[in-house]
Design a protein around this ligand. Sequence first.
Ligand SMILES: [Zn+2]
Length: 345
Amino acid sequence: MRATVMYEAGDVRVENVPDPKIERPTDALVTITAACICGSDLWPYGKMPASDGPARMGHELIGVVQETGSEVATVKKGDLVVAPFAVSDGTCEFCREGLQTSCVNGLFWDSDKNAGCQAEAIRVPHADGTLVKLPVAVDSVLIPSMLTLSDVFGTGYHAAVVGGVRRGSKVTVIGDGAVGLLAVLSAKRLGAEQIVLMGRHTERTDLGREFGATDVVAERGEEGVERVRELSGGHGSHVVLEAVGNMPAYQQAVGVVRPGGVISRVGVPQYEEAPVGFGSLFGPNVRLAGGPAPVRAYIEELLPPVLDGSIEPGKVFDATTDLDGVPNGYQDMADRKTLKVLVKP
Ligand SMILES: [Zn+2]
């Protein structure tokens, strides 16, 4: 089969690789019908050393079950399914607590160099815990929105949930990528009264306004912090949803959060050390939340409003390609020419 392989920063190829097959009784074999390129794929695309490659790419998928192992009970051949960006068994103590990204038998697609969703097919371990059957046809117009349930929507929603967004909250979202925009949609869904979106790309922030942003701040750094504090009435936001992952974004979050507030991070941090002392978090009683979103925990909750059309998270996709177009898709996203690329293998 054909699959996307990254050799090093800037070098993405589509190549023939061995066909996946059932290896364990809990596996399912899935033919991928929709995948995508993630903003987080741009981190390795920007800086992966050749020593980390070659690595198969992609962690978001919708597909059709082709075959199941003897112990798989919840999906069968022919089912259309969505898979989160992390595999989970659905039964361990973390899965039962709704933290499937800490599953004791789990796996992140990104941590397996021999598996990736930007490909024609994939072996899904722990199919019962990982896959969710979708009640639509493979060519449904709802596919883009359903594909966001495998990562970006669930991730934005997780940021808002663990940040404690509730009715009346004042929220700032940092980052106008797909996760940031869907964090806006999520904050709106949870009843936030004010949602300030910090981003500089007008086409994206316009979609952010459509998703529920009440204000947009294009300024960065000190200027951006001042602007957000002004908009919030002087003291900053109750909850800051940080959807970028670099140090300037963290500093921005510390700058705009209100005393007693929460910084909720879902942008993959590109740093290990950050200010947490008296002048940053401790003095103002600010809490830090977030991490890899257990998107599997949110699929059943977020699927109905997608199915009835009351929300359209799939609007974050502004380009579609086949597998051959994936290398260019990476470059276009890196150049900010496109927001998020849908891949139809
Ligand atoms: Zn588990």
